[in-house]
Design a protein around this ligand. Structure first.
Ligand code: PLP
Length: 442
């Protein structure tokens, strides 16, 4: 192979020269260097010198069963020798059919139709377009606005950004985005003194109701991240909010879009977060962990009622959206292998034991004088650190690397979102080293 790096320094230099990295101010890599990764194994990533990092953020929330997972690798090798890809318009193949059937069996009842995309943001675009197109097809073309929660994150293409409430990602593109309204987030950290998470969620739902009452004639859908608002800094809330949102959306004739791109696939303790509210959304968006962190794939699951509104003789009534790699067979096989692991290994029950173990050993951290709002939902943990450092996130990231940890704080929020194969010893290491880092930065 020409130009294959053998050292960390060589890979870094070539990367900075040729690769424009995502979610980055490239100049900052002068003071906080890129991390070269040569290979991965289980919960660990390794550089060319054999230095290792515990992947405590699952490589941006995608990895579920470790790097180099033997079962997913075997499924992919088999698929490679059979069919790498075929277009899904006018054609079909076994992996995409199997995956759709299995997801239908696992998802909240009633979501019988799967539409595929490649990335999470594409799934959001699909859900928004499908919702508005449904209303057009059913004689209500005026229903074309959306609402989302304060501090929502739904991806960074223009449609997804229009329902994303993170100023840093939006402001430069304000002129390109159609402004949509937000309603208060049920994030329990905003509850009044003495108010329970549940009472606060109901109070926020009452505001949602007012908004729906006034604007339902223009509204296509309400989009939410169920239970945990990830990119906002792992804001968590009571499931009663989702239950109430489902009732209100039904009452006012507005679709409910559940963005489970980050929280789906077991992350919150159930396979899908919506299960904890016992609701079926009109659209369920999945991506990230769906392939176990191997390949880009996203899917929007929806109901027969919505599907039927597109089923007609006229082409233009159909949903003509497409991506070149829609339903890629390799990605679908990785997803099927991922679902096999869930079923064969009793992953959700094992995760409950792991979560209880981490909660038990984390007392030193949660009781630390500089730690605020310690919280967890399933296999997600988060807390804020009182620190005098204005560049806390970058310092913490760098210090974590020195301590063999891959942590990627959001502002002053440190979170853990480890792969589900993390062992007790690895959780000990994660908590103990994080405690040292918090000590140093507070
Ligand atoms: C990551 C994420 C997205 C966007 O997915 P991409 O694959 O990065 O486009 C959308 N919604 C939520 C909740 C996410 O966490």
């Amino acid at each position: 192979m020409p130009n294959h790096s053998q050292t960390n320094a060589d890979l870094l230099a070539r990367s900075l020269s040729a690769v424009w990295h995502p979610c980055s101010q490239m100049k900052h890599y002068e003071s906080f260097p890129l991390v070269p990764i040569a290979r991965g194994q289980g919960a660990w990533l390794y550089d060319y010198d054999g230095k290792r990092y515990l992947d405590a953020v699952s490589s941006w929330w995608v990895n579920l069963f470790g790097h180099g997972n033997p079962r997913i690798n075997a499924a992919l090798r088999d698929q490679l020798d059979t069919l790498e890809h075929v277009m899904l318009a006018g054609f079909t193949h076994e992996p995409v059919v199997q995956l759709s059937e299995r997801l239908r069996g696992l998802a909240p009842a009633g979501l019988g139709h799967c539409f595929y995309g490649s990335d999470g943001a594409a799934a959001i675009e699909i859900a928004l377009k499908m919702s508005a197109h449904y209303w057009r097809n059913t004689g209500k073309p005026g229903k074309a606005q959306f609402i989302s929660l304060k501090n929502s994150y739904h991806g960074e293409t223009l449609g997804a950004l229009s329902v994303t409430d993170v100023a840093l990602f939006r402001d430069a593109y304000g002129a390109l985005i159609r402004q949509q309204a937000t309603v208060p987030s049920p994030d329990w950290r905003n509850a009044a003194a003495g108010e329970s998470a549940e009472a606060y969620a109901l109070r926020c739902a009452a505001t949602l109701e007012q908004h729906l009452q006034q604007h339902h004639a223009q509204l296509a859908a309400f989009i939410v991240e169920p239970l945990v608002q990830g990119a906002a800094g792992m804001a968590m809330y009571h499931p009663v909010y989702l239950r109430r949102a489902r009732q209100l959306c039904d009452e006012y004739g507005v679709h409910l879009i559940a963005d489970e791109i980050a929280v789906g696939m077991g992350r919150t303790g159930t396979l899908f977060a919506c299960e904890q509210a016992n609701i079926t959304p009109d659209f369920l968006c999945l991506s990230k962990g769906i392939t176990g962190g191997y390949l880009p794939l996203s899917v929007v699951m929806t109901t027969d009622k919505i599907y039927q509104a597109f089923y007609a003789n006229e082409t233009a009534r159909g949903f003509l959206h497409s991506h070149s790699y829609t339903g890629n067979p390799l990605a679908c096989r990785a997803a099927l292998a991922t679902l096999d692991i869930f079923a064969q290994d009793g992953v959700l029950a094992a995760n409950r034991t792991k979560a209880a173990y981490l909660n038990g050993i984390a007392r030193t951290l949660s009781d630390h004088h500089a730690v605020r709002d310690w919280r967890s939902t399933g296999m997600v943990w988060a807390f804020e650190v009182d620190s005098p450092h204005r560049d806390f996130a970058q310092r913490c990231f760098a210090l974590a690397l020195q301590n063999e940890l891959l942590l990627r704080p959001i502002g002053n929020t440190i979170y853990f979102m480890p792969p589900y194969i993390i062992s007790d010893e690895e959780m000990d290491l994660l908590v103990n080293r994080t405690l040292q880092i918090v000590d140093q930065l507070s």
